[in-house]
Design a protein around this ligand. Structure first.
Ligand code: FES
Length: 133
């Protein structure tokens, strides 16, 4: 006796579900526009004294000119407890809160209690115009 092998066919039926898009009532359908950081013109090179610097409060940046023609920029937020530095004098950027002083050359700590240097900021100098990027 011989058995004939049976053949089975399995059909898989996939049922697709359609999800209708919906938005909650009262919510805007478009996301708010992204606010891209824009380059900000800070000022001119003539405003930055050689060996010292200038604080641009609005942009929270201090621009220094350690040697003629070399410009550096740092955050104005003190690394000790977050006060804003307010003075650039005698080669240092000074915080009024607890007396920290930072070098105009590289933002390094000259006098504590600041635990670390002021973070650098990126600027470009084009002609006599200084731009924060
Ligand atoms: S916050 Fe600047 S010295 Fe304390």
């Amino acid at each position: 006796m011989t058995e004939q092998p049976g053949r089975r066919t399995v059909l898989a039926v996939a049922l697709g579900a359609t999800a209708a898009g919906c938005s909650k009532y009262g919510e805007p359908s478009n996301p708010p526009p992204q606010t891209a950081p824009a380059n900000a013109v800070l000022g001119t090179t003539e405003e930055i004294p050689v060996g010292e610097g200038k604080i641009f409060d609005e942009n929270q940046v201090v621009v220094t000119q350690p040697v003629k023609g070399t410009f550096k920029a740092f955050s104005t937020t003190c690394t000790h407890q977050g006060c804003q530095v307010t003075t650039v004098a005698n080669g240092t950027i000074d915080c009024p809160c607890h007396g920290s002083k930072y070098s105009v050359k590289d933002g390094s700590v000259v006098a504590g209690p600041a635990p670390k240097p002021l973070p650098p900021k990126q600027i470009t100098v084009s002609g006599d115009s200084i731009t924060l990027i």
